[in-house]
Design a binder for this molecule. Structure first.
Ligand code: 5GP
Ligand code: MN
Length: 342
C-alpha cells in the first residue's frame, strides 16, 4: 500500500459504499478479531453497509466478542452471503493469502467485481487483490489492520469494541505475547489499545478462562494417553479421532492450543496435531522451533501452509497412512530437527 493508495481508500470510504469483510475458514482469534475490529471502525465512519462474512462458524471461546452475533456465516446462510458479495464495492480479505482458504466462499469472491483488499501476515501470498498490505513479519493480521486504520488517517477515534477485537487478534496469534513473532510494534499497538480503554485482564479471562469442563478433560486425556514422542526426530505427535472427540463432547475450538503442549516438552522442536474432521479428512496443525520450516512441510506434503513455525494442512489418507507418510518425510528435515535451537 502506497500513500496514494491510502488517500484513495480514505476518499472512497467517505462515500456510501458497500463493504464486505472476510477471513479464513476455521476462523481463529486473529481472523475474527481483525475482521470485527475493522468492522467496528468502519461502522463508526457511518458505513451502514458493512458485513463480516466467514465461511464457517466461530469457535465458542470467541462468541463473547462484540459484534460476533452479526457475523454472516456462509455455511448457514449461503444465499445471503452470495448476495452481499455480489453487491459489494470493496471486499476485505483478512488473515489469508489464497482464496482457497475461503472454502465454499471462494468462487463468490473470485467472481465479484469488487475491489479486493488483502491484509495478511502469512508466507507466500497469491496475487488476487487490488490493494495489498502483506507483512509476514507481523505478529498478526490484527496488528496490520491497526496499521491500516492508522494510515487511513480518519479523525474518528477507534471505538472500544474495535480495540477489544484487535486485542484478541494480537493476544491469540502471539500466544499471549510469547511467540517470537511478537515485535516491539506489537507491544506498542497493545499499549495504544490499552490507552483507548481495552482491559487485557478482561480479554484474557473471556477468551481463555471460560472453558467447559469437558474441554479440560479432553486435554487431560490427550496428555495422559495420546501424546507420542518420536525422540529420534525431536518430534511430538498427537492424534484424535472423531470417536475420541465425541467421547469428550467436542465443540469447535476445544482442541485449539493442544499442539503447543507437544512443543513445550524438552528437546522437542516439532509438534504435530492430527484431528479427524467431519469432512472426511484429517486436519493437521504443525508447530516448530527455530529453523524447522513447517510452512514448507505443510505446503509440500499436506496441501496447506502458514508460517515458518506455525502451519496447517490436511491429509485425505487414513490415520495410519498419514502417520507413516509423516515418518517418511521428517528424516528429510533431520539436520534442522537436530539443530533447531536457538
Ligand atoms: P492452526 O494450526 O492453528 O490451524 O494454523 C496455524 C497457521 O497455519 C495459521 O496461521 C493458519 O492460518 C495456517 N493454516 C492452517 N491451516 C491451513 C491450511 O489448510 N492452509 C494454509 N495455507 N494455511 C493454513
Ligand atoms: Mn493470523
Amino acid at each position: 500500500m502506497t500513500e496514494t493508495d491510502y488517500l484513495q481508500l480514505h476518499d472512497s470510504f467517505a462515500d456510501d459504499v458497500q463493504i464486505v469483510i472476510t477471513a479464513h475458514k476455521s476462523p481463529d482469534g486473529d481472523a475474527v478479531g481483525s475482521a470485527l475490529g475493522l468492522y467496528h471502525y468502519l461502522k463508526v465512519l457511518g458505513r451502514e453497509e458493512v458485513t463480516v462474512i466467514l465461511p464457517d462458524a466461530i469457535p465458542g471461546y470467541l462468541k463473547w466478542m462484540p459484534g460476533a452475533g452479526h457475523i454472516l456465516i456462509n455455511e448457514e446462510n449461503p444465499e445471503d452471503a452470495a448476495a452481499k458479495i455480489a453487491k459489494a464495492d470493496y471486499i476485505f480479505c483478512l488473515d489469508y493469502n489464497s482464496l482457497t482458504r475461503l472454502g465454499a466462499l471462494q468462487n463468490a469472491v473470485k467472481n465479484s467485481d469488487a475491489c479486493i483488499i488483502n491484509i495478511d501476515h502469512h508466507q507466500e501470498p497469491e496475487d488476487f487483490a487490488d490493494f495489498v498490505l502483506l507483512d509476514s513479519k507481523a505478529s498478526s493480521t490484527a496488528e496490520l489492520v491497526y496499521e491500516f486504520l492508522d494510515k487511513l488517517s480518519f479523525e474518528e477515534k477507534l471505538p472500544l469494541e474495535a480495540g477489544q477485537c484487535l486485542y484478541v487478534g494480537l493476544v491469540t496469534d502471539t500466544g499471549s505475547f510469547k511467540y517470537r513473532s511478537t515485535r516491539a510494534q506489537t507491544l506498542e499497538i497493545a499499549a495504544r489499545l490499552m490507552r483507548s480503554g481495552v482491559k487485557p485482564g478482561m480479554i484474557y479471562d473471556k477468551t481463555f478462562d471460560q472453558n467447559r469442563l469437558s474441554k479440560l478433560k479432553l486435554t487431560g486425556y490427550v496428555l495422559n494417553e495420546k501424546l507420542e514422542l518420536w525422540n529420534e526426530l525431536n518430534t511430538a505427535v498427537i492424534t484424535l479421532t472423531k470417536e475420541e472427540l465425541d467421547q469428550y463432547d467436542y465443540e469447535k475450538g476445544d482442541t485449539e492450543g493442544l499442539v503447543n503442549y507437544g512443543l513445550s516438552i524438552e528437546n522437542i522442536v516439532l509438534a504435530v496435531f492430527i484431528k479427524e474432521s467431519n469432512e472426511g479428512y484429517f486436519k493437521m496443525s504443525f508447530r516448530s522451533k527455530g529453523g524447522v520450516d513447517v510452512n514448507e512441510i505443510a505446503r509440500k506434503y499436506f496441501e496447506g501452509g502458514g508460517h515458518i513455525n506455525a502451519a496447517g494442512g490436511k491429509s485425505t489418507a487414513s490415520l495410519d497412512e498419514t502417520l507413516r507418510k509423516l515418518k517418511n518425510i521428517l528424516p528429510l528435515y533431520e539436520d534442522k530437527l537436530h539443530s533447531a535451537f536457538l
